[in-house]
Write a protein that binds this ligand. Structure first.
Ligand code: DUC
Ligand code: ZN
Ligand code: ZN
Length: 469
């Protein structure tokens, strides 16, 4: 029995090593790895290219209903097409419970939103915003057992936040059920107080978003989140860590032997708070939370990627159009930063940015790149080894990189439905030239070859890292 496809002669990179070899693909899976494999029905010449596992973007927001009336620009079609062009083959967005809504209704609604649209495979995290007795006693345990094994909780945002007591209740359920809790760590009351003072002083421009959420706000909440997790004795993952002060808390806890996982995002490597101060309202394009910090903090984040503090790098793609009454300009171009939807697009640029500026500039090695962007997220969220690696039996989710391709990033070349990229004009070296999902070529040399809706929903196993001791 021959192979459906053979990828021939690429440098095949995993989180462990990189080897020049062929990849034989059959029935959507990797069937063989080795030198001089027999010819396949189709041959892909990968000489001079690097082959990595398809990226797993374990923190992105697609078509998520928003309580403030803003509307995300990307649905499960545009978002996954954009992801695929950027070398990502699995996305894990969030089924978000609105307060008063059952978790089950949130999940069902999110499946309806996804139906018939994704071009790559996808799983769901949950967002628990209303941990009622019914949710904690019945819905959440049932959903975890059905394969929704990770959920995010917020310490800020009025429509989503939990208080410490609710956090403890949710964390102890995670411990009992073996689920992984992702925590957005910012101190809500401090943000509200600072925002009021800034607005009273007329400081409402986008730049002041950063001043309303200084590093201390993130540091305190990170410390508190880790303390709550320690009290319950449960592993947690701190999401979108922005800088040195939160990193210090995480390293302290890790050094004390607590099982603390951490995620960061490209915006904390490539943007600073100054980017929120662009002409007029333009800084709104870079409003996200936590906000980008400064160059010194960027260096600390780079070190954390290299030294193992961080386990995953996700996009936190939260797509709002800029010149749009449903997006960043929801309340016009003179609105207070408080009314600007939080989030920036980045589902397509996540991997190219880290490949070029991380691997290309020697800040991380190729194995580290694969670990941070594919293998670790797959392991942390219970879809490994089907996803996140190149091994016999794994899904043939693969990316072919041309390490020599020079690209000047423009929004026009991206495939999301957002009218800007915060990285406009950046010069990168290295680009994904083909992406395969379950052995099918989804995109190649700028052309989309996938059928809408071909992506499959993945249930997640209990994450081994979240198992209680
Ligand atoms: N912050 C979040 O917590 N979620 C989406 C985007 C953002 O900036
Ligand atoms: Zn968040
Ligand atoms: Zn997010």
């Amino acid at each position: 029995m021959g192979f459906d496809r053979v990828i021939r002669g690429g440098l095949v990179a995993t989180a462990a090593d990189a080897v020049l070899c062929d990849i034989g693909i059959g029935d959507g899976r990797i069937a063989a790895l080795g030198a001089d494999l027999p010819r396949g029905r189709e041959e892909i010449d990968a000489a001079g290219l690097i082959v990595t596992p398809g990226g797993v973007d374990a923190h992105c927001h697609l078509d998520q209903p928003m309580a403030d009336g803003s509307v995300m620009a990307d649905d499960f079609y545009t978002g996954t097409v954009s992801a695929a062009f950027g070398g990502t083959t699995t996305v894990i967005p969030f089924a978000c419970q609105q307060k008063g809504q059952t978790l089950r209704a949130a999940v069902e609604d999110y499946h309806r939103r996804a139906a018939g649209k994704p071009v790559i495979d996808y799983a769901f995290h949950l967002i628990v915003s209303d941990p009622s007795e019914q949710v904690l006693g019945q819905e959440l345990p049932a959903l975890i057992r059905e394969g929704y094994t990770s959920f995010k909780v917020y310490m800020t945002y009025d429509d989503l936040k939990l208080d410490d007591r609710q956090m403890l209740a949710v964390l102890s359920l995670a411990r009992r059920e073996g689920a992984l809790t992702m925590i957005h760590a910012e101190n809500s009351d401090c943000i509200a107080w600072l925002t009021e003072r800034l607005e009273a002083a007329g400081k409402t421009a986008p730049l002041f978003h950063a001043a309303s959420r200084p590093a201390a706000v993130e540091r305190e909440a990170t410390h508190r989140a880790l303390t709550l997790a320690e009290i319950v004795d449960v592993p947690v993952l701190i999401v979108h860590v922005s800088g040195a002060e939160a990193v210090e808390q995480i390293r302290l806890a890790q050094g004390r032997g607590l099982r603390v996982f951490a995620e960061t995002c490209p915006q904390y490597l490539f943007l600073t708070a100054d980017d929120l101060g662009g002409d007029g309202f333009a800084g709104a394009k870079c409003i996200c939370s936590p906000p980008p910090r400064d160059k010194a903090n960027q260096e600390v984040i780079w070190s954390g990627l290299a030294n193992g503090t961080f386990h995953i790098l996700s996009s936190d793609h939260a797509p709002f159009r800029y010149a749009d009454p449903r997006g960043k300009m929801r309340r016009g171009s003179t609105a207070s930063f408080r009314h600007v939807p939080n989030g920036i697009p980045g589902i397509e640029t996540r991997l190219p940015l880290l490949f070029s500026e991380g691997v290309g500039k020697g800040r991380i090695d190729l194995a580290g790149f694969v670990a941070l962007t594919a293998t670790n997220p797959a392991k942390l969220y219970g879809i490994y080894p089907r996803k996140g690696t190149i091994a016999v039996g794994a899904d043939a989710d693969l990316v072919l990189w041309d390490p020599a391709r020079a690209v000047a990033l423009t929004n026009a070349m991206l495939h999301h439905n957002v009218d800007y990229t915060p990285y406009e004009g950046m010069r990168l070296k290295g680009w994904p030239v083909a992406t395969l999902s379950r052995g099918e070529i989804v995109c190649r040399d700028g052309a989309l070859l996938a059928q809408k809706g071909r992506g499959r929903f993945l249930t997640c196993a209990l994450p081994p890292a979240a198992a209680s001791r």
